[in-house]
Ligand binder design. Structure first.
Ligand code: NAP
Length: 279
C-alpha cells in the first residue's frame, strides 16, 4: 500500500500541490499518493477531516488557508518557525503524535538564494506587509544572514508590533517596523519583497523608486499572475531582477517532502511546469 499524503484547505480545487508532490514522488521513486481534502467552511470541518485522514492511515498533510492556525493548534510538537509564525503549513503523523512545521519562510529563502542567486547575507531587506506571510518569513530571512530587515505596512502599528515581537528571535539581524510613509527617507534595499495581498486585487503598495538599490531583487510572493503592479512599479524604477512567488511555493513543498520522506527532490521540473512568464 502506498503511503498517503494530501493538502487540506478551503477552497482547495485550485491547489498545485498534488502536481508538485506527484512530480517529486516520481522523480525520487517514492511509493506514495497525494490527494486534495476540502476541509469545508463549517466549524469543526478541519478537525473532522484531520481525524478521518489520520484514522485511515494518512502520513502527512500540507495545510493551506484557512486552516494554518488550526493545524498548529492541533499539533503535539511544533518547530520554532511554526510557533513564531503562529501557523503550520505541514503536518506529520508519527506514532500517534502530530508534528507541525512551517516551511513558507525557508521556501522563500531557498528560492531567493538558490533559484534566483540573490544574496541575503549582509543585505538590507524590505518586506512590505505585516500579515501571516511576513510573520513566517522574518526569522528565516534573518537567519539567512540579512543585516537589516524593515517591515513596512499600510497599518504601521501592525508592522511595529510584529517587528518588536520577532526581533529577539532574529539573531544579529536588525529588525524594525513602520508605515509605508517611512520608505521615503530610507536608504535603499537590496531585496524588496511584496508580502501584501495587494497583487490579488490588482493593486500595489506605494514604494518609492529610491527604495531599490542598484541591482536589487524585487520579489512578489503572489504567483501565477505574470507581472503584478508591484513588479511593474519595480521595473519602472529601473529594477531588472524581478520574480514572483512560484519558487517559494515549490521550495516549501520540497522541504515538506524531504521532512516526510527523507529525500530532497530536485525542484527544477516542478518550477518549469508552474512558472508563468513575467511579461
Ligand atoms: P494577510 O495575512 O491577509 O496580510 C495581508 C497584508 O497585505 C496586510 O499586511 C495588509 O495590510 C496588506 N495589504 C492588503 N492589501 C493592501 C493594499 N492594497 N495596499 C497595501 N497593503 C495591503 O495575507 P498573507 O497570508 O500574509 O499573504 C500575503 C500574500 O502572500 C498573499 O498574496 C499570498 O497569496 C502570498 N503568499 C504566497 C505564498 C507562496 O508560497 N508563494 C505563501 C504564502 C502567502 P494591513 O495590515 O494594513 O491590512
Amino acid at each position: 500500500m502506498p503511503d498517503r499524503y494530501a493538502v487540506i484547505g478551503h477552497p482547495i480545487a485550485h491547489s498545485q500541490s498534488p502536481l508538485i508532490h506527484g512530480l517529486f514522488a516520481q522523480a525520487t521513486g517514492q511509493d506514495m499518493t497525494y490527494g486534495l481534502i476540502d476541509g469545508g467552511a463549517d466549524e469543526g470541518g478541519f478537525a473532522r477531516a484531520l481525524a478521518e485522514f489520520r484514522a485511515s492511515g494518512g502520513r502527512g498533510l500540507n495545510v493551506t488557508l484557512p486552516f494554518k492556525l488550526q493545524a498548529l493548534a492541533a499539533a503535539d510538537d511544533a518547530s520554532e518557525d511554526a510557533r513564531l509564525a503562529g501557523a503550520a503549513n505541514a503536518l506529520r503523523f508519527d506514532g500517534g503524535r502530530i508534528e507541525a512545521r512551517n516551511f513558507d519562510g525557508i521556501g522563500l529563502v531557498r528560492d531567493i538564494t538558490h533559484n534566483l542567486g540573490a544574496a541575503l547575507a549582509g543585505r538590507r531587506v524590505l518586506v512590505l506587509g505585516a500579515g501571516g506571510a511576513t510573520r513566517g518569513a522574518l526569522r528565516p530571512l534573518a537567519l539567512a544572514g540579512a543585516a537589516e530587515i524593515l517591515v513596512a505596512n499600510r497599518t504601521a502599528d501592525k508592522a511595529r508590533t510584529l517587528a518588536d515581537e520577532l526581533a529577539p528571535h532574529c539573531g544579529d539581524c536588525t529588525l524594525h517596523g513602520g508605515g509605508l510613509d517611512a520608505l521615503a527617507g530610507a536608504a535603499p534595499f537590496d531585496v524588496v519583497i511584496n508580502a501584501t495581498s495587494a497583487s490579488l486585487s490588482g493593486d500595489a503598495p506605494p514604494v518609492p523608486a529610491s527604495a531599490f538599490a542598484p541591482g536589487a531583487l524585487a520579489y512578489d510572493m503572489v504567483y501565477g499572475k505574470g507581472l503584478t503592479p508591484f513588479l511593474r512599479a519595480a521595473q519602472a524604477a529601473g529594477v531588472t531582477r524581478v520574480a514572483d512567488g512560484v519558487g517559494m511555493l515549490v521550495e516549501q513543498a520540497a522541504e515538506a517532502f524531504a521532512w516526510w520522506r527523507g529525500v530532497r527532490p530536485d525542484t527544477r521540473e516542478a518550477l518549469a511546469r508552474l512558472t508563468v512568464p513575467l511579461a
